[in-house]
Design a protein around this ligand. Structure first.
Ligand code: AR6
Length: 179
């Protein structure tokens, strides 16, 4: 499914983010940038040791929750990886929505900084961090839509979803944006 906003499109697909041929992919990292399981583990495995070397050297203090930092893509097809730190879900009253929003938004700002026309995102925080998928989908897609409407870039934002549940949740929200 895809929806066009001005010159930009927001696209949904089901699959593995490590295989995406885009300028940048976002990672769902932790605040120590210590690597881990889930999509983080998969990205580091495919990209190789360059990623961890760069995060250790460039960001020895890690990255605060709600923000993101850039490295190159190592052996990935993508030129850059934006390591985004989403919040751990704690019932929804601890500022989780704002933090998730700013994690996505920082990645989109990094696209502008690094001249990336295309970026792929996983559903940040919806795995180990427990963010409810439907709420996360609404935040992710709202940030994406608001950003492209404001800046007319990047030209492509693709959400790469790992399960039927994630695809369904994102599709429902994106459909509602076209009504
Ligand atoms: N491609 C796309 N999506 C994926 C892939 C993949 N290859 N693998 C998993 N997902 P998670 P979080 C989906 O747990 O919740 C790590 O240990 C997955 O189904 O990877 O932000 C970090 O180091 C889910 O919908 O990230 C942190 O400590 C989504 O990606 C912590 O987990 C995010 O799941 C971050 O937790």
């Amino acid at each position: 499914m895809l929806v066009q906003f001005g010159d930009c499109r927001i696209e949904l697909c089901q699959g593995d983010i490590t295989e995406q041929e885009v300028d940048a992919i976002a990672n769902a990292a932790n605040d120590l940038l210590a690597g881990g399981g889930g999509v983080d583990g998969a990205i580091h495995r495919v990209a190789g040791p360059t990623l961890m070397n760069e995060t250790r050297t460039l960001y020895p203090d890690g990255c605060p929750t709600g923000s993101a930092v850039a490295t190159t893509g190592g052996r990935l097809k993508a030129k850059y990886v934006f390591h985004a730190v989403g919040p751990i879900w704690d019932g929804g009253q601890q500022g989780e929505a704002k933090l998730l929003e700013s994690a996505y938004r920082t990645c989109l700002e990094l696209c502008r900084e690094h001249n990336c026309d295309s970026v792929a995102f996983p559903a940040i925080s919806t795995g180990v961090y427990g963010y409810p998928m439907d709420l996360a989908a609404e935040i992710a897609l709202n940030v994406a839509r608001n950003f492209v409407v404001e800046y007319n870039s990047p030209k492509l934002i693709r959400f790469v979803l790992f399960s039927d549940g994630a695809s369904g949740a994102f599709a429902r929200v994106l459909e509602s944006m076209t009504e």
